[in-house]
Ligand binder design. Structure first.
Ligand SMILES: Nc1ncnc2c1ncn2[C@@H]1O[C@H](COP(=O)(O)OP(=O)(O)OP(=O)(O)O)[C@@H](O)[C@H]1O
Ligand SMILES: [Mg+2]
Length: 295
């Protein structure tokens, strides 16, 4: 079947993933995502929101094919995402730049793997460096850049690949408020031109409502989809003051209430906010075995 006939671009179907976690000299199996399902249509902008540590990065790594689910199925264009490839551009939470390459070379690097001729890839790298506001720093090395600038190199690198699917893990988290707003609108403009399918992780409810066609709200670990919220705010959203739109205000307030409810669940509070402090208590109260155990 050709990808044009597919109902969904990305399908996450009843996915389970656990990791072994070292607990003293033992290993314990920690469930990260459980029975997690959602779909993403072609050219849709889906934003994933959920508490810290609930498995958002893990979910993007599963979709990218970097890791495999323990159970359930993920498909991209109807096929299993076997390996990272040029169909998917990823903006990682950590910048993952090559320290021995300058800004242009970092942006152009995946284009070489795509087989683009050197002149073309340097021209494209220059275009995207400009787009993310790095003009004047094209020949700087990562250690010479601020965290926000490094994050913009990562963003330019993914955008320059012009991928079918963009997986973005808090791509604006290290930017100051002003640049963050500029980059959000730039991303919306690029997406509206290219109509790439985007899966975007953020902790910012404002960012989620501003960008999304739909918001997938995840619960605390082991996380599953709590709710999928349609955002039907008119597009293009850079032509008016979205944040004063009544729908924006009510959706944002609703999301905040839902997240507060989750945080207010007694068992989720330690997981989300005080894990380092309570870890020793958990360790003492749990029976230890030499075999891996499940939660
Ligand atoms: N490779 C791994 N091996 C063992 N545990 C892992 C691995 N990757 C992630 N984890 C654990 O899985 C859990 C979820 O991690 P993940 O990074 O997916 O969360 P997150 O929702 O992206 O968090 P944040 O919002 O802080 O970025 C964490 O408890 C983490 O320690
Ligand atoms: Mg993460």
């Amino acid at each position: 079947m050709g990808s044009d006939n597919l109902l969904y671009k990305v399908e996450v179907d009843s996915v389970n993933k656990s990791f072994y976690r070292r607990d003293g000299d033992k290993f314990k199996l920690l469930k990260i995502v459980e029975d997690l399902s959602f779909t993403v249509s072609d050219k849709e902008f889906v934003v994933i929101v959920g508490p810290s540590g609930c498995g958002k990065t893990t979910l993007l790594r599963l979709i990218d094919g970097l890791i495999q689910p323990d159970a359930g199925r993920i498909s991209i264009n109807g096929r299993s995402p076997s390996a990272p490839g040029p169909d998917k551009g990823v903006v990682f939470q950590s910048f993952r730049l090559l320290p021995w390459k300058n800004v242009l070379e970092n942006i152009a690097f995946p284009l070489a793997i795509q087989g683009l001729h050197k002149e073309k890839r340097m021209a494209r790298a220059l275009e995207y460096a400009k787009l993310v506001g790095l003009t004047g720093f094209e020949h700087s090395y990562p250690h010479e850049l601020s965290g926000g600038m490094q994050q913009r190199v990562g963003l330019a690198r993914a955008l320059a690949m012009d991928p079918e699917i963009l997986l973005m893990d808090e791509p604006f988290a290290s930017l100051d408020a002003q640049i963050r707003e500029i980059m959000q609108l730039e991303l919306l403009k690029i997406w509206s031109q290219k109509k790439t399918t985007v899966i975007f992780v953020t902790h910012s409810l404002d960012e989620a409502v501003l960008l999304a066609d739909r918001i997938v709200l995840l619960g605390p670990r082991p996380s599953t989809v709590k709710e999928v919220i349609d955002i039907s705010l008119p597009r293009p959203r850079w032509t008016y003051d979205v944040k004063s739109h009544p729908d924006y205000i009510s959706i944002r307030a609703y999301l905040w209430r839902r997240i507060k409810e989750m945080v207010a669940t007694p068992e989720s509070i330690p997981e989300m906010y005080t894990e380092p402090q309570i870890q020793p208590l958990i360790k003492e109260s749990r029976p230890t075995t030499s075999q891996p155990t499940t939660d």
